[in-house]
Design a protein around this ligand. Structure first.
Ligand code: SF4
Length: 254
C-alpha cells in the first residue's frame, strides 16, 4: 500500500488478515485511491460490511466510521444509515456469498428502490473465510468444498441481476484492471443513486488450490483469458461467451 494512503488506514491493526496473493488488498488500495482522488471527506463516509474475507477490507482497517454487521445484512444496515443521514456517503463492501446468497434479497430490493448507496462486491467466486463452500457466483464445473466433483449449476451474473432490478450504475472489473476500477469507484461514489461494482478478486487459498490455479500467476492468466469487454458482446456468439468474465459498464439496452 502506498504510504500516502496510510492517512486513511488504522495501520496499528496491520498486517491485514488476507492470505498471500489474495486480491482483496488490491481492491482495498483501489477504493482508497478513489477516495483520495475525489478528495472525499473520509469522516462523511460510512463503510458497511457483512461477514467474510471481503468484509474485512473496511473493518477494522479504514480510519472512518465502519459497521461490521450480520452475515448477509450490510445492504439493510446501509439503507438505514442513508435514510437517517442522507448527507453521508454510504458504501457497502462485502463478498459474493454475503451479498448475493444470504443477502440476495436485500441486494435486489435496494437496486429496485434505487437506494442511493454504493455496493462493492469483492467477488472471489467462493465462501473464502468459512472454508471454501459454493457461492452463487462459483463458475459451473468449479470445485469447492461443497462441490468436490464440480459445480453442476450455472452461476449468477450479479451485474445482470441488479441491472434487471433497475440499478442505475452497474459495472464489473477485476482487481487486475486497476485504473478503470478506480474510475468506476469514483463514478459510483459521486452519484447519488444505487451503484453496484462487481470486482473479481482472486482467492488462491480456497478457490485456486481446488481448481488447479496454484499461484497468483495461474489465477491472473485464467482471468486474463476469460475477460471480454461489455462493448464487444455484440461481436460474439452466445456459445463464445460461455465461461467468460464480462467487464465494463452494463448500460441500458434500447
Ligand atoms: S481465503 Fe481467499 S478471499 Fe479469504 S483472505 Fe484468503 S485468499 Fe483472500
Amino acid at each position: 500500500m502506498s504510504e500516502y494512503l496510510y492517512k486513511y488506514l488504522r495501520t496499528e491493526v496491520f498486517p491485514t488478515p488476507f492470505c498471500p496473493g489474495c486480491g482483496h488488498g488490491i481492491l482495498m488500495g483501489a477504493i482508497l485511491r478513489a477516495v483520495d482522488e475525489l478528495n472525499l471527506d473520509f469522516q462523511k463516509v460510512v463503510f458497511v460490511s457483512g461477514i467474510g474475507c471481503g468484509a474485512w477490507i473496511p473493518s477494522p482497517h479504514f480510519r472512518a466510521d465502519t459497521l461490521h454487521t450480520l452475515h448477509g445484512r450490510p445492504v439493510a444496515y446501509a439503507t438505514g444509515v442513508k435514510k437517517m443521514n442522507p448527507e453521508l456517503n454510504v458504501v457497502v463492501i462485502s463478498g459474493d456469498g454475503d451479498l448475493a446468497a444470504i443477502g440476495g434479497n436485500h441486494l435486489i430490493h435496494a437496486a429496485r428502490r434505487n437506494v442511493p448507496i454504493t455496493v462493492i462486491c469483492a467477488n472471489n467466486n467462493i465462501y473464502g473465510m468459512t472454508g471454501g463452500q459454493l457461492s452463487p457466483t462459483t463458475p459451473k464445473n468449479s470445485k469447492t468444498m461443497t462441490t468436490m466433483t464440480g459445480n453442476p449449476e450455472e452461476a449468477f451474473d450479479l451485474c445482470k441481476l441488479v441491472k434487471s432490478c433497475g440499478a442505475k450504475y452497474v459495472v464489473r472489473y477485476t482487481v487486475f484492471h486497476t485504473k478503470p476500477l478506480i474510475k468506476a469507484i469514483k463514478t459510483a461514489l459521486s452519484a447519488n443513486q444505487f451503484a453496484f461494482i462487481d470486482v473479481i478478486s482472486p482467492c488462491p487459498t480456497q478457490y485456486g488450490r481446488r481448481n488447479q490455479l496454484l499461484t497468483l500467476f495461474d489465477m491472473y492468466s485464467d482471468i486474463k483469458t476469460r475477460v471480454v469487454h461489455y462493448n464487444s458482446l455484440k461481436e460474439l456468439k452466445p456459445e463464445e461467451l460461455s465461461g467468460k468474465i464480462i467487464i465494463g459498464e452494463y448500460y441500458d439496452e434500447n
